[in-house]
Design a protein around this ligand. Sequence first.
Ligand SMILES: Cc1cc2nc3c(=O)[nH]c(=O)nc-3n(C[C@H](O)[C@H](O)[C@H](O)COP(=O)(O)O)c2cc1C
Length: 156
Amino acid sequence: MVAAVSEVVGADRLGVRFAPLFASTDETRVYLGLVEADPHHTYIEAIKVLEQAGIAYLSIAEADWDNAPDLPEPFYQAVRAEFSGRIIYAGKYTVQKSVDILSKGYGDLFAFGRPFIANPDLPERIANHWPLNEADPATMYGGTAIGYSDYPRYQE
Ligand SMILES: Cc1cc2nc3c(=O)[nH]c(=O)nc-3n(C[C@H](O)[C@H](O)[C@H](O)COP(=O)(O)O)c2cc1C
């Protein structure tokens, strides 16, 4: 699949997204029917193949629900060690966590999903240390403009 897409668009324009789940108990290793028996080796072996294929970036979606397990430090380290392209992380990221992961050298870019839905002026809010609106999960999967394009910009 990666080879086929690379042939058309070029590997230097191709990224792959993974959503590794490092659960602490056997019960939580299964998510939406997906069984993560050995996520470290599963994803690191896949990343080695992608490194060989020369893709431009990896996009790693961390578990993003309340009390979701964090990625283990050795996993961040191994991703960086095995992949020479850009690495993007997402999933409940805050500015503080982005700076932390950046300063450890594990990631290059950090993506914000729900904070962007709820804050049309997110970069300005971050730059100015303004408070953020909370995103309402009830309006995230369809419906009307409510919760889609009506979150207010910051007003002093
Ligand atoms: C409404 C909604 C739809 C999403 N759809 C997708 C999707 O289709 N594919 C995907 O890889 N991630 C999807 N995500 C996950 C986001 O890309 C991102 O990883 C997640 O929101 C965590 O970042 P956040 O905590 O900053 O929101 C979705 C998230 C939300 C809230």
